[in-house]
Design a binder for this molecule. Structure first.
Ligand code: NA7
Length: 541
């Protein structure tokens, strides 16, 4: 006997930027939608990443929904790069403004989803013992949401306070007078270290790999600037949608090696002064040509040597293992200067690795570091982690985890062969993590919503990517990556940060504009690469 308690047209997993918009769009079509969210509130990434110094590295005026003109006119961002707190306040506002909360069951984690070929429906189970059924399953589970804690001997014996940046507690954390350790110098570590150092007695940074970082040059937005942006929002959004990265920026018309040294320096100076990770896009060939990349790398390395007073420390803060931009360049506020403070100490784990964590602190091969508080800024099982933590089963009980054991395989980063009526928002094979994630989420949700319309208009019950289309898309993504320097970095784009994870370059590198055109073209061609069928998969159209 079925244990299904409720039937919906669609289940949306996640109440982050993508999930909220998916609920909005599907409900607008008259669908009965149920959302599930493991957190106690909406916001996704921005709910969990409450660590001090957490900010978005995409400008606030771009990192916001574009679907609602009144919303974008009404809402006023206070700073160029919004804090986590302001973004969460914004998402709470959107949830209230569009009455999205009633669609959700919060504090409810989806643990399993299984496709039933007879009914053509998904059975979805949660950790609150709920079982519901839905025709469509929309996985808006986030690309940087499944945190990772390295298996360091003695980790759980630490007697002080222990936090992960990606699942920071709701309560305020005080650093005054404390000896704080930070493991990890990716974006989260680099953002939090300077803020923690302001009040902590001592900060010990445990760095395995240094990262390139560019000053944010964050500042409050003036009323005049905001008015100008709001007056031109429509055009700004249009340019963003056809751009590579989802913001209205374009690189120099010529390659880094096609201009002389003076022009190169002038351009790098401009981007350095402008601030932020978009430095990676100063010249169009920076991440495709190593000699071009070297010019950007050397420029930034010279800046690090200027910012850090101790030349020996400066050298240790300069990456030596990847071309600049092949890991996301961090956007920081006073990171390198922090090492000029007396209360900040760098521990180079390449020279002196961690041997164990004890109740009192961290032991490295050469010393013991006594700590009151330990922060893991060790990142995420990116892109696939939040999906593989759910037991998702498609046709014939096939498990997504098994299907992807050699790396994720999607069509357009949206759909998986053998998993009918299941959509992944910002999935592996999409450009999301290399672009403005709000606009990429909107693009995916718009595409899914139009697809649902199409199925209704044509009386088709299921849509499913073909194995052939998936194979071609994976090949296209690999070919794009191979034409760049990106595979040279041991990054989370490749799954390289997770022991045992297959090394496959996961994002689509062709850029948002080109990707959007491909998705639109697939839809216009009657959903080329998909089987439109009945629940058993028999083609009907
Ligand atoms: P990242 O960028 O994955 O950074 C994680 C950091 O943690 C990185 O410096 C890692 O060093 C370090 N790490 C991971 N495991 C260990 C162990 N076992 N020992 C020491 N150090 C370790 O995650 P973030 O949260 O900072 O940023 C994720 C994205 O969010 C970012 O790219 C932006 O797009 C926003 P490693 O490099 O592996 O040597």
């Amino acid at each position: 006997m079925s244990d299904v308690e409720d039937c919906f047209d669609a289940v949306v997993v996640g109440a982050g930027i993508a999930g909220l918009y998916a609920v909005h769009e599907l409900r607008a079509r008259g669908l009965r939608v149920r959302g599930f969210e493991s957190a106690a509130g909406v916001g996704g990434t921005w709910y969990h990443n409450r660590y001090p110094g957490a900010r978005c590295d995409v400008e606030s005026i771009d990192y916001s929904y574009s679907f609602d003109e009144e919303l974008q006119q009404d809402w006023t961002w206070s700073e160029r790069f919004a804090t986590q707190e302001e973004i969460l306040r914004y998402l709470d506002h959107v949830a209230d403004r569009h009455d999205l909360r009633p669609a959700y069951e919060l504090s409810t984690r989806v643990t399993a989803a299984e496709y039933d070929e007879r009914s053509g429906r998904w059975t979805v189970r949660t950790d609150t013992a709920r079982t519901v059924s839905a025709r469509f399953l929309v996985l808006a589970t986030g690309v940087l949401s499944a945190t990772t804690m390295p298996e360091i001997p003695g980790r759980d014996s630490f007697a002080g306070e222990l936090y992960h940046t990606g699942s920071w507690p709701q309560h305020a954390v005080a650093f005054e007078g404390k000896r704080v350790g930070v493991i990890g110098t990716g974006s989260s570590g680099i953002q939090t270290i300077p803020v923690v150092a302001e009040t902590a007695a001592q900060v010990t940074v445990f760095q395995r790999s240094p990262n390139y970082s560019i000053p944010a040059r964050n500042h409050p937005l003036t009323p005049e600037y905001v008015a100008e942006i709001k007056a031109g929002y429509a055009e700004r959004r249009r340019l963003s949608r056809i751009s590579g990265g989802g913001t209205p920026t374009s690189p120099h018309p010529r390659g880094a090696l096609e201009v002389d040294a003076a022009e190169r320096t002038r351009i790098y100076d401009q981007w350095w002064e402008r601030g932020g990770y978009l430095f990676a896009k100063a010249f169009p060939d920076q991440t495709t040509n190593l000699a071009a990349n070297d010019t950007a790398r050397e420029y930034v390395e010279a800046k690090i040597r200027e910012l850090v007073h101790d030349p020996e420390i400066a050298e240790q803060l300069i990456p030596d293992d990847h071309p600049i931009g092949t890991k996301r360049i961090v956007t920081d506020s006073g990171y390198f200067e922090t090492y000029n403070r007396d209360n900040v100490k760098l521990v180079n784990l390449r020279r002196t690795p961690i041997s164990e964590i004890t109740p009192e602190g961290v032991r490295t091969s050469d010393a013991f570091h006594e700590l009151d508080l330990l922060i893991f800024a060790t990142g995420f099982d990116a892109m696939t982690g939040s999906l593989s933590r759910i037991d998702i089963r498609g046709r014939d009980g096939r498990a997504l985890r098994d299907e992807w054991s050699a790396g994720p395989r999607t069509y357009l980063g949206l759909a998986v062969a053998g998993f009918p009526n299941m959509f992944v928002v910002s999935g592996p094979g999409s450009p999301s993590v290399l672009a403005n994630m709000v606009l990429t989420a909107e693009q995916h949700v718009d595409w899914i919503a139009s697809c649902v319309d199409y199925l209704g208009e044509n009386r088709v019950s299921t849509i499913e990517a073909t194995e052939d289309a998936v194979t071609h898309w994976v090949a296209e993504c690999n070919a794009n990556a191979a034409a760049t320097l990106f595979p040279a970095a041991s990054s989370w784009y490749l799954g390289a940060n997770i022991p045992g994870k297959p090394r496959v370059f996961m994002p689509y590198l062709g850029g948002l504009g080109k990707y959007r055109a491909i998705c639109d073209d697939v839809a216009a061609a009657g959903y080329r690469g998909f089987v439109l069928g009945d629940p058993a998969g028999t083609e009907v159209k």
